[in-house]
Design a protein around this ligand. Structure first.
Ligand code: THU
Length: 133
């Protein structure tokens, strides 16, 4: 699957966003090595801290279907942002634990801009289970 196709799927997922507070809809598409794609969109709540991001919903969706870190090939996310939408700090921390460090993450917007990155770039010196020893 091309990065453009995965971004297209993130934009489809974005349509499922529940974001009546921020009015900032985000979609994510998580591609597995077997070709399966899992979707996520942000889901907000009147108690604002309970809002859940598109990226984490996509990851947790995949986990609930039996997928694991080693099964993931790439992720795309998309929003109507000026610059390609970038994962928040909480999502970076979650990605650093359950998404491969070097797998491509395609940040995008609705203007067709796509910027490739990965967890290693997004969260250097991440806190991890090793720090708990
Ligand atoms: N949001 C995401 O879903 N992913 C991101 O990468 C950035 C932020 C959501 C959280 C909240 O529902 C809204 O966008 C505004 O912050």
């Amino acid at each position: 699957m091309t990065k453009e196709e995965l971004v297209q799927k993130a934009q489809e997922a974005r349509k499922l966003s529940y974001s009546p507070y921020s009015h900032f809809a985000v979609g994510a598409a998580l591609l597995c090595k077997d070709g399966e794609v899992f979707y996520g969109a942000n889901v907000e709540n009147s108690s604002y801290p309970l809002c859940m991001c598109a990226e984490r919903n996509a990851l947790y969706n995949a986990y609930m279907h039996g997928k694991k870190k080693e099964d993931f090939a790439a992720m795309a996310l998309s929003a109507a942002s000026d610059e390609p939408c970038s994962p928040c700090g909480a999502c970076r921390q979650v990605l650093s634990e359950i998404f491969p460090a070097d797998a491509p993450i395609y940040m995008s917007n609705l203007k067709g801009q796509i910027q490739e990155t990965n967890v290693r770039e997004l969260l250097p010196f991440a806190f991890s289970a090793d720090d708990l020893k």
